[in-house]
Design a protein around this ligand. Structure first.
Ligand code: ADP
Length: 445
């Protein structure tokens, strides 16, 4: 970037210097031409006043001056015939009637012209004046043309251009550095929120970068924690499986204990399987590649099926599971809705008290549908309520594990709810119970 800015600045500088020099040379030459014409005009008028006769100029008075200034004087009569010239032999000179400056002088009283000289790099300036007797007095002078002037001033121009260019290179280096220094500093201190952003225009860009930077750090921390948790969760049932099977393999278990040990292995394997299934499901929901098909789902019927399916489980926990509400349709993914209903109802049963109740309520809400799973269970203390949707976060680890929990159920629910653009809320009081509510925005009636 620095190099690019420097090159561009130098390019602009070189262009500016060269065009300034070219333009000033043209302006200078224009002024130079005007001055010569003005000078010739003065000579011409002065000479017309002093021409004594019809066909002669008072050479004795002006000869020295004219020679010194290298001025050529020509007198042309009415028909265009040259009758006097102080530089050339008039006998060999052709008719001057059609010379532009002479023709113009005959027409308007005065005429001028510039023509290329025979001498290389020179131009001849002519100025003609019509005299009272109809003759034309013309004065002329040779001077350097633009090309020749340029050639003369070329060394000094090269010197000035180079000097200016070197100064500009130095300035562009300083300017580029001072422009980029704050950006460099900002990039180095991206994490420091107090760092003042020098360029106002950079503020949104820096905000976005900072946000992304924070997100990346947060995500990597979450992933790290998740990996550590997964390893830990997998290790416990695997250790049990390995231990029990080793004992059986080494005939270190009495015959009547074999069945019990096999049962423990079976339990741990099931736990492993559930855990792995939940981890896979969560990683599927986490990624962007998951293809979701939405359809018109009867939420009430789906909840009823789930309630029926979990009746036996509720009975085991001595919990009464019931259903309320009325038919209600949402645009949703059927399988995901089943998962949500199962996880919420299963939690409400597992974290309940003996003789407690669980009520699933499905009804139309404001502009959508509302699903509510209400229990009269153990409840969740305030300080844990925010965190229970995190992966592997449990309020009571031993109760979760003893009831077959993986600590991933609510994280899965949260992801699914987000994918349906629905709203998830929790209301819980320790000792009194918990209500989980999901508000779906798009009810289909
Ligand atoms: P788990 O598999 O441990 O149940 P979840 O993600 O489903 O994992 O729930 C996380 C934690 O939230 C649980 O371990 C439990 O402590 C708490 N929890 C969830 N639902 C309820 C509920 N209905 N009543 C009381 N506590 C609950």
């Amino acid at each position: 970037m620095k190099k690019k800015i420097n090159i561009q600045l130098m390019g602009i500088t070189a262009l500016a210097i060269l065009s300034t020099l070219a333009l000033s040379t043209i302006v200078f030459y224009e002024l130079f031409q005007r001055q010569i014409v003005e000078e010739l005009k003065n000579y011409a008028h002065l000479l017309t006043l002093t021409v004594s006769s019809q066909n002669a100029v008072q050479q004795d008075i002006y000869e020295d001056i004219l020679t010194a200034d290298n001025i050529r004087v020509t007198k042309i009569d009415k028909g265009g015939k040259v009758v006097f010239d102080n530089h050339a032999d008039i006998s060999i000179m052709d008719n001057h009637e059609n010379r532009p400056e002479v023709a113009e002088a005959v027409r308007t009283g005065e005429g001028k012209a510039i023509r290329k000289s025979a001498t290389l790099g020179k131009s001849t300036f002519y100025y003609a004046v019509l005299m009272e007797n109809g003759s034309v007095l013309r004065v002329a002078r040779e001077a350097d043309n633009l090309f020749s002037i340029m050639q003369n001033v070329l060394p000094i121009m090269i010197f000035i251009t180079s000097a200016l260019f070197l100064i500009c290179i130095g300035l562009s280096q300083v300017l580029t550095k001072s422009l980029l220094e704050p950006i460099k500093k900002m990039a180095e201190n991206l994490d420091e929120k107090d760092e003042i952003v020098t360029y106002e225009e950079m503020e949104p860009f820096i905000q976005t970068i900072r946000q992304q930077h924070e997100d990346i750090i947060k995500n990597s921390k979450v992933r790290q924690e998740f990996t550590a948790n997964v390893s830990h969760e997998l290790k416990t049932p695997l250790t049990a499986i390995s231990g029990y099977s080793e004992l059986i393999a080494n005939h270190m278990v009495s015959e009547q204990d074999v069945a019990r040990f096999a049962g423990e292995i079976h339990k741990s394997s099931n736990r492993l399987l559930t855990l792995i299934n939940d981890i896979i499901r969560l990683s599927e929901l986490d990624g962007d590649e998951l293809e979701m098909s939405f359809e018109k789902v009867n939420l009430y019927a789906l909840a009823q099926t789930c309630v029926d399916m979990l009746q036996m489980n509720a009975g085991k926990h001595e919990v009464t599971l019931s259903m309320e509400g009325r038919e209600c349709y949402v645009r949703a993914n059927r399988q995901m809705m089943e998962e949500v209903l199962y996880n919420l109802c299963d939690n409400a049963i597992r974290y309940n008290k003996k003789g407690g109740t669980v009520c699933v309520n499905v009804c139309p809400g404001i502009g959508g549908a509302v699903l509510e799973v209400k229990d009269t269970g153990i409840g969740i203390p305030k300080e844990h309520q925010e965190r229970i949707f995190e992966r592997f976060y449990r309020v009571d680890k031993s109760r979760s594990k003893s009831t077959g929990g993986t600590g991933l159920g609510l994280a899965i629910v949260k992801h699914i709810v987000a994918k349906h653009h629905a709203l998830l809320s929790l209301d819980s009081e320790p000792g009194r119970g918990t209500t989980v509510t999901i508000e779906f925005p798009n009810r289909i009636s």
